[in-house]
Design a protein around this ligand. Structure first.
Ligand code: GDP
Ligand code: MG
Length: 259
């Protein structure tokens, strides 16, 4: 039986994942109620597929954005709607079967024990993981650790995470970037700056072959350019906040009145 919560929901942003999304959503539903999917302007027929699943499942909710806006925008639409219904925390996971649905209950339990923290998946790669992606994230992780003065971000890019909704929504409303592939690292850095402590938990990530239904919309040049621009922005923000971050390294838990 899936565990039911009225504070913590599973939120799945989804863009053209193909029919494999049914298995991903079923795996999440087997662990948790409720599960919300935000269809980000998909054109592969999965909006209709998911809506027909939701018609028979009151704990599955499908939001459809009329046009593609990017992962960050899809997450923001989901958390704004969830907050309006009283939810306080969202576990985000990808729609393409890469993330470990069986770990949803333990990630949620960690978040419930420490609701002010964010729970970050730390990827455990299998032998099939492309070296380009595994090594590429070391660069992003190096920058994220510098930008947060090593506050403890285990991985900057992995999207299997539990976020406290209020601080994330506040940050996203204030910053107009972090709407696409730059969402995950920018969210984690800015939440650290706002004093939200990261808790890292190991979580396997699977890279599925095309025959297994694997789909990725990651584009090496476009998305690495987006990440470089994002880290340039965050590095400037880091320089501005350096005194604050240094004080907080010495007095952990210290927060100024206005952030
Ligand atoms: N790339 C991409 N992903 C999106 C978008 N909107 C929502 N998503 C979802 O964000 C997640 C991550 O995208 P994915 O292409 O799998 O990236 P990868 O796992 O890093 O290769 C998936 O669940 C997508 O369905 C979008 O506009 N672009
Ligand atoms: Mg993926």
């Amino acid at each position: 039986m899936p565990q039911t919560s009225r504070s913590h929901l599973v939120l799945i942003p989804s863009y053209n994942p193909g029919p494999g999304v049914v298995a991903t959503v079923q795996a999440a539903r087997a662990q948790w109620s409720p599960v919300w999917v935000v269809v980000d302007g998909s054109t592969d027929g999965t909006a209709e597929l998911l809506q027909s699943m939701a018609a028979n499942d009151p704990e599955l909710h499908v939001l459809v954005l009329p046009r593609n806006q990017g992962k960050g925008s899809a997450v923001l639409a989901g958390i704004e709607a969830a907050a309006a219904q009283g939810y306080t925390h969202a576990l985000t996971m990808d729609s393409d079967g890469q993330h470990p649905a069986d770990l949803i209950p333990s990630f949620m339990a960690t978040s419930m024990a420490e609701p002010r923290a964010m729970v970050l998946g730390k990827p455990v790669f299998g032998p099939e993981a492309p070296a380009l992606r595994v090594n590429g994230r070391k660069v992003s992780n190096g920058w994220a650790n510098l930008e947060t003065l090593w506050m403890g971000v285990g991985d900057s890019l992995y999207g299997f995470r539990v976020y406290p909704i209020a601080p994330l929504a506040k940050i996203m409303r204030r910053h107009r970037f972090m709407r696409r592939f730059d969402f995950d690292p920018e969210a984690v850095v800015r939440l650290c700056w706002a004093g939200v402590r990261p808790i890292n938990v190991d979580a396997p990530v699977r890279y599925l072959s095309a025959e297994e239904g694997g789909v990725s919309h990651f584009k090496y040049l476009r998305d690495n350019a987006l990440l470089s621009w994002m880290h340039a922005r965050l590095f400037l923000g880091f320089l501005l906040r350096l005194p604050l971050l240094l004080v907080r390294r010495v007095f952990p838990g210290w927060l100024p009145a206005s952030r």
